[in-house]
Design a protein around this ligand. Structure first.
Ligand code: ADP
Ligand code: MG
Length: 392
């Protein structure tokens, strides 16, 4: 499994101006928490002093259905994955009986009825306000027209356990890229060595879809995601796809997930509270201006930093290397490379086994170069980037 060296943006690890989460201390026994996730790929840390505490907040819709958590043969809860803040459990949801004449607890059965859902629960003690803020972000994003095409379906929040319930989308872009990279290594041919590991037309199609989603997120939902990377993009199979094996379409719809670092860029409507300004960061997906935060403590993720992160995500989908940097680097080297993020494409070409997949002046470089400019003000916007993706 891929691991990253954690990198801390600030010396303080206390949430800055964290909101009070309803239901704290009322965790039902069914919702486990993990105290210490020391090996997490990303370290959550506050971008201190960046957010006001006075933003208006409304509450997320409550999830009221009955949940039956899935367990493996050893009785352990089954998970879809985990991250810096959370563990995502597999469960079946079914409507509660209204006014039951007697208390009814459905028995645990090997073939439970109900719909498959993903339950994102706090994975560490300080994650509750973060998940609450994420639920608010999802509430805002889900109420924006078109959301069903761009973000993971949000089904509601459970106050008592600070859990977010979503439709289950069991495949992440990171797993997909790693699978494709492995298959390409096993079946290496010079015919495809200059193409992205996921295939050239498929890569172009994926890029167009993701850039369109980013344009929607910034300009319709008015949210900066602030943690775009292959692990936070889920893939829903396309239903309209014909059975043609040679199809040039990317076979999935990519959906943005994990809004735990996101924040609002809107001046109206539901605001995402200040705890959302806690940020999880993963070098090398983090824009260079945010990595030099020690020099500029006011740096906050902007739409332009999302553009950078999506470009690096697409670079990983071309090379097949979702770690982006060679393994075994010292944290200082990682930090230095991260701060030179504008060189990320030429670095990928020169290092690693898959540099051939990003040929000079090829489609991948032409589409990604304007999105990794050193100066964020010179970086392409999602809107202009989408036009470029369609023109190439
Ligand atoms: N709706 C979902 N369906 C299936 N798996 C999911 C879903 N949401 C998240 N996951 C899995 O759980 C992992 C962690 O979830 P994420 O929201 O990224 O949490 P964190 O904020 O802790 O990083 C994801 O990388 C993904 O593999
Ligand atoms: Mg995540």
């Amino acid at each position: 499994m891929a691991t990253y060296m954690p990198m801390q943006l600030s010396i303080s690890t206390k949430p800055h101006g964290a909101v009070t989460t309803p239901g704290l201390g009322l965790t039902p026994p069914v919702t486990p928490t993990i105290e210490d996730r020391a090996n997490s790929s990303t370290i959550p840390s506050p971008l201190s002093g960046t957010c006001s505490d006075s933003e208006a907040v409304s509450s997320p819709p409550q999830f009221l259905d009955e949940l039956e958590y899935q367990r493996d043969e050893n009785g352990r809860l089954v998970t879809f994955g985990d991250g810096a803040w959370s563990v995502v459990y597999k469960a079946f949801a079914s409507p509660r009986a209204i006014n039951p004449t007697r208390p009814f607890t459905p028995p645990s059965s090997p073939n439970p009825a109900g719909r498959l859902v993903a339950v994102k629960s706090p994975g560490r003690g300080d994650a509750r306000p973060v998940l609450y803020a994420e639920a608010l972000a999802l509430t805002r994003a889900s109420s924006t027209p078109g959301s069903e095409n761009y973000i993971v379906p949000f089904l509601g929040f459970i106050n008592a356990s600070s859990s977010i319930v979503m439709s289950a989308i069991p495949l992440s872009l990171s797993s997909y890229i790693e699978d494709k990279a492995r298959i390409m290594r096993q079946n290496f041919t010079t015919r495809t060595m200059y193409d992205p590991v996921i295939g050239m037309p498929q890569w172009h199609d994926l890029a167009k879809q993701l850039i369109k989603s980013l344009d929607w997120l910034h300009n319709q939902a008015q949210i900066v995601h602030a943690d775009i990377k292959p692990q936070n993009i889920l893939l829903r199979p396309r239903i309209s796809l014909d059975d043609d094996k040679e199809s040039t379409e990317f076979p999935y719809e990519p959906l943005f997930a994990d809004f735990s670092s996101s924040h609002s860029i809107s001046t109206t409507g539901t605001q995402i509270p200040s705890s959302a300004c806690l940020s999880a960061t993963t070098i090398p997906f983090t824009a260079p201006e945010l990595l030099s935060v020690l020099k500029n403590p006011d740096a906050v993720p902007e739409p332009s930093s999302d553009v950078f992160s999506l470009a690096v995500t697409l670079l990983g989908a071309a090379t097949g290397d979702i770690l982006i940097y060679p393994p075994g680097l010292h944290p200082m080297q990682r930090q230095m490379l991260g701060q030179q993020g504008h060189l990320i494409i030429s670095n990928a070409r020169q290092s690693g086994n898959n540099g051939t997949r990003v040929p000079k002046n090829g489609l991948v470089e032409k589409l990604l170069q304007p999105a990794v400019s050193k100066n964020p003000a010179e970086r392409v916007t999602a809107r202009a980037w989408f036009d470029l993706a369609n023109a190439l």
